[in-house]
Design a protein around this ligand. Structure first.
Ligand code: SF4
Length: 286
């Protein structure tokens, strides 16, 4: 039987994938901006249970081409658990093209170059990684538990091993006090990282993110994203900021669309419709 335990999250791009929960929750679970797995005890699922689910899924959906391994940071399962899991998926689904998952910087760092290459050969393809901010001060304030410089290094390593890295940054994470620092340091980190895919979401604070945090107004959030994009010098990155958390949906490719993206943000800012006193209308969560 295929079990889905709520809450179950996946990136928007995985809407058509078969979702398999290799673990429940997030081993870190301390980021103040993330309410995804609060109240969920982290638990790696037994291999026999997972293999049973894969057999059942193969019977029901034999044409599966894409699988997403949930929950938060499934790469943290490590090489010895992921290798047999990927082998079993390839056996069960003859048309399998790719397996994708969430991955943090420490779980990439924990793999040797040989292990990264080995997992890539077994069709592990896209690593969804949250940089969130390039400012170490902001990352520490929100208890991210990662180093921005190390995330840059590990994304470069993973892409050199053949993975596609889809990197997320959070507009507004530094609040009003650190907005400029957050935008500038995030652009600097991304310019070094050069991810294949980049998405910018606006943070929806589930509470106070850190002492003294003051959320950006809608107008300020658009200004922060404008500042960040203006500083990006990327050579081959697909960019999206079309999540419902963003006041103005944006999508394009770097470098060719940079000035169009800036012009669209500028038009939104001048349009007179943005809330200058508060966060404006938003979805309930990221
Ligand atoms: S942002 Fe990622 S690492 Fe942080 S608590 Fe949420 S799932 Fe865990």
């Amino acid at each position: 039987m295929i079990r889905c335990r709520e809450p179950l999250y996946r990136p928007p791009a995985e809407a058509g994938s078969l979702i398999l929960q290799a673990a429940y929750g997030c081993a870190h679970n301390r980021c103040t901006f993330c309410g995804m797995y609060k109240g969920v005890r982290y638990q790696v699922r037994p291999e026999a249970e997972l293999f049973g689910e894969i057999s059942e899924a193969a019977r029901l959906y034999p044409e599966t081409r894409r699988v997403f391994l949930a929950d938060g940071n499934a790469l943290g399962l490590g090489y010895d658990r992921l290798r047999p899991l990927l082998e079993r998926l390839a056996e069960a689904f003859p048309r399998l093209a790719r397996v994708n998952l969430y991955a943090n910087c420490r779980s990439i760092a924990a793999l040797t170059d040989g292990e990264l290459t080995g997992l890539r050969r077994l069709k592990l393809n896209t690593l969804y990684t949250g940089l969130e901010s390039g400012s170490q001060r902001v990352l520490d304030l929100v208890h991210k538990g990662e180093s921005a410089a190390e995330t840059v290094r590990q994304v470069r390593r993973a892409e050199a091993a053949g993975f596609t890295c889809s990197v997320m940054v959070l507009v507004g994470l530094g609040g009003q006090s650190y907005s400029e620092e957050h935008a500038d340091a995030t652009a600097a980190a991304l310019n070094l990282m050069r991810p294949t895919l980049l998405s910018a979401l606006r943070v929806i604070p589930p509470g106070v993110l850190f002492d003294g945090f003051r959320e950006l107004t809608e107008y300020q959030a658009v200004g922060e994203l404008h500042r960040l994009i203006g500083l990006l010098e990327l050579e081959r990155t697909v960019f999206r900021a079309d999540h419902p958390s963003n006041p103005a949906p944006l999508a394009g490719r770097f470098p060719q669309d940079k000035y169009r993206l800036l012009a669209e943000l500028e038009a939104t800012r001048r349009g007179g419709l943005l809330d200058r006193d508060g966060p404006g209308r938003r979805p309930f969560a990221l």
